[in-house]
Design a binder for this molecule. Structure first.
Ligand code: COA
Length: 290
């Protein structure tokens, strides 16, 4: 079945120069899905700044991304929880490139924890990274994105469409991200800015998959795959290329779910109610502190 829905490289669909002279500012771009999104935008002619907390990882990623795409990638260390650090990262990016056209709000934190076992600080930490980090990045980049009549893509999730056990912190944070994007689209649309959300489903090879692709001993299937395969980071990257491209010039304030229709059939992911009544019984299914 999967042969009908293969992963494609966006350069086989879009021209390689559609983002020539454009600059991408991507938080969380040093690893995971956001790194692959950055690579795809670079492959279409843009230069980029990738922002994160781990300087070594950022530097390595920037070098590899530049080498792979032939375009410039600047590593900038910053914690998105601190508005001053984000403002400084934007200044460094402007000093280097003189402009910002595209912003990916991708920095995020996640772990599995039930409300009963999650500290107030644990909840706050994820809200600060995902929701406040997104806001800080919007605030710091807005004057430049207005000047270029550019576009935002915020990386969210599908968890908060339902009550997903052990994900209260992420669900609350991503709901805030979705709401922020909609308001940004409406307020800044008249200034020429678009804002959209990408909500990835189960993406192979990511931390999310690692933690939650359970082999449930009860035989209960936790993910159904209508397209016959799990998602690939490049599927998410392709969506970002589309949303940044002029082909999406009338698309703003939307949430694009990239999940091969899985959300329509998604269950609780961990055995229910066993996982909440007796967390120890399901501990072996997830690679996380509970
Ligand atoms: N279960 C319960 N609480 C947890 C937790 C877990 N697995 N991981 C972190 N917390 C809590 C901590 O206990 C702490 O609360 P406390 O002070 O009341 O004990 C709070 O969250 C902050 O954790 P800390 O590790 O000090 O914060 P940090 O800023 O260094 O890192 C994260 C925060 C979310 C980035 C970190 O937990 C992490 O590395 N997560 C996995 C990696 C990840 O999220 N990658 C992104 C994938 S989308």
């Amino acid at each position: 079945m999967s042969q009908f829905h293969p992963v494609v490289d966006s350069t086989t669909v879009f021209r390689r120069d559609i983002f020539k002279n454009k600059v991408l500012f991507c938080t969380g771009g040093g690893s995971g899905i956001c790194r692959v999104m950055t690579e795809a935008v670079l492959r279409h002619g843009a230069n980029a700044a990738i922002v994160g907390r781990n300087e070594e990882r950022l530097k390595r990623a920037a070098q590899e991304l530049s080498a792979a795409t032939g375009n410039a990638c600047l590593p900038v260390k910053a914690d998105v929880r601190d508005p001053i650090q984000v403002q400084d990262a934007v200044k460094i990016t402007i000093k280097r490139y003189g402009r910002i056209d595209f912003v990916i709000n991708g920095a995020a934190g996640n772990f599995l924890a039930p409300i009963s076992g999650l500290s107030e600080n644990g909840f706050r930490t994820v809200i600060e990274i995902d929701a406040l980090g997104t806001y800080h990045t919007i605030k710091a980049t807005l004057p430049y994105v207005r000047a270029s009549k550019g576009s935002y893509v915020h990386v969210s999730a599908t968890l908060h469409y339902r009550g997903t056990p052990y994900q209260v912190h992420v669900s609350a944070a991503k709901a805030a991200v979705d709401a922020t994007s909609a308001v940004l689209a409406v307020e800044e649309g008249p200034h020429g800015i678009r804002s959209n959300v990408i909500a990835p489903g189960l993406i192979a090879g990511t931390e999310g998959e690692e933690r939650l692709s359970s082999k449930d001993p009860t035989g209960q299937k936790n993910w159904y795959l209508p397209t016959g395969r799990k998602g690939d980071s490049r599927d998410v990257a392709n969506a970002a290329v589309f949303l940044f491209s002029d082909a999406a010039s009338y698309i703003s304030g939307q949430v694009l779910v990239v999940d091969g229709a899985s959300e329509h059939l998604r269950g609780p992911m961990l055995p229910y109610p066993e996982s909440v009544l007796d967390p120890e019984s399901t501990k072996g299914l997830i690679k996380a502190r509970m």
